[in-house]
Design a protein around this ligand. Structure first.
Ligand SMILES: [Zn+2]
Length: 374
């Protein structure tokens, strides 16, 4: 009996020891979970958390709290302690070589603000290319402008030296293309939408024909040959019908023009008036908005000079409500590259047309500021 009790006691103690050993064995594991949880709670990613603990930087990171650049630096295994203060001031962008680029820019002596501007105004490859550039002293003046592009930096500098315009206007005009001659190395347009930008820097291909061309019937056209893209056509007819209620007669004088038509027109005027004239008043084939089917030269039925008509005055006040803008205004030739054309309207949709109307802005400027995507 006594022996049995003794044995039971031994078993009991043994069990206690086993449990204790198990608990001891689990402590480091539990402790690690506890540390990891602190970082995960701060919203650090699992990958970053593992790396932070491995590099024994828990206390540093805890002091900072969550920071996306720090998170990515650890998760991409690119963290270098000497750049710690800089990471805190430079936003993270999804570039493949983000950390390599940032480290190199900092090493070149760019400030955190400058590095931030550089990486947010160019692609990964553009930043890499910029790294081969000698240290730029006035990068902040240009890149502080929202729509500035890193890839155009040298063009901004050169254009400003030549034209002595302020930074914002320099960026605007260079982004449009004004530091280069008309028609030289244009951007070739590859997609079609109602917001397409066609001008002396953006060219449509010879075989480009807009989808859904519709014939404009009498009495809304000067002859049977006028066509418009369906959306522009519908908007124009709606506008013309509303104008008619006020006894105003709007007609399409010229709508869609093919590449070949435009080439013929250009040649005709060049032979008649010479190169200087056509450069200012006629557009080369591929560079005319008329090839989009979204542009209309408007005519008032009973008046020859559109600008003197009541229809002109009415359109100046109302066209935007139907999605049309007067495309080539007076005093805007330096932005549009075209002399004033009181009759040339462009369909852009009500939202953009209204914005341009209310802000007295050209489409080039709107496009560069808000639509241009990399
Ligand atoms: Zn026109």
């Amino acid at each position: 009996m006594k022996k049995k009790l003794k044995l039971k006691k031994i078993y009991k103690n043994l069990l206690k020891i086993i449990v204790l050993l198990a608990v001891i064995a689990c402590i480091p594991f539990g402790y690690r979970m506890y540390l990891e949880n602190q970082l995960l709670k701060l919203k650090y990613s699992k990958e970053a958390t593992v790396e932070i603990l491995k590099q024994k930087e828990l206390e540093t990171v805890k002091k900072i709290g969550y920071n996306e650049t720090i998170d990515k630096a650890f998760s991409r295994k690119e963290f270098q302690k000497k750049y710690l203060e800089s990471y805190l001031e430079i936003p993270f962008v999804e570039h493949e070589d983000y950390f390599e680029n940032v480290h190199q820019l900092l090493d070149l002596g760019y400030s955190e603000i400058e590095v931030s501007l550089i990486i947010t105004h160019g692609s990964n490859d553009e930043v890499k290319k910029f790294l081969t550039h000698e240290k730029a002293e006035d990068i902040k003046a240009f890149l502080s402008i929202d729509f500035a592009k890193l890839e155009n930096y040298d063009r901004y500098v050169n254009y400003q030296i030549e034209e002595r315009k302020d930074e914002e206007e320099t960026v605007l005009l260079v982004n449009i293309g004004f530091d280069r001659p008309f028609y030289e190395n244009p951007t070739i347009i590859n997609s079609y939408s109602t917001t397409i930008l066609v001008n002396k820097f953006n060219q449509l291909k010879e075989d480009f024909i807009p989808p859904d061309l519709v014939s404009v019937e009498s009495p809304y056209a000067v002859d049977d040959d006028q066509k418009l893209q369906k959306v522009a056509y519908d908007a124009f007819i709606k506008m013309a019908k509303d104008a008619l209620k006020e006894d105003l007669h709007l007609m399409v004088n010229s709508g869609y023009r093919s590449f070949t038509d435009q080439a013929g027109t250009y040649q005709f005027y060049e032979e008649l008036y010479g190169t200087n004239y056509v450069n200012r008043f006629v557009t080369k084939a591929g560079f005319s908005e008329h090839q989009t089917g979204l542009a209309i030269d408007v005519k008032a039925r009973d008046v020859n000079v559109f600008k003197t008509s009541k229809e002109y005055a009415w359109m100046m006040e109302n066209a935007h409500l139907y999605g049309f803008v007067l495309r080539y205004k007076e005093n805007k030739e330096h932005i549009t590259g075209c002399a004033s054309e009181p009759w040339h309207y462009r369909y852009l949709g009500v939202e953009i047309a209204t914005y341009l109307y209310e802000n007295n802005m050209t489409y080039e400027e709107y496009y560069v500021r808000f639509l241009e995507v990399k």
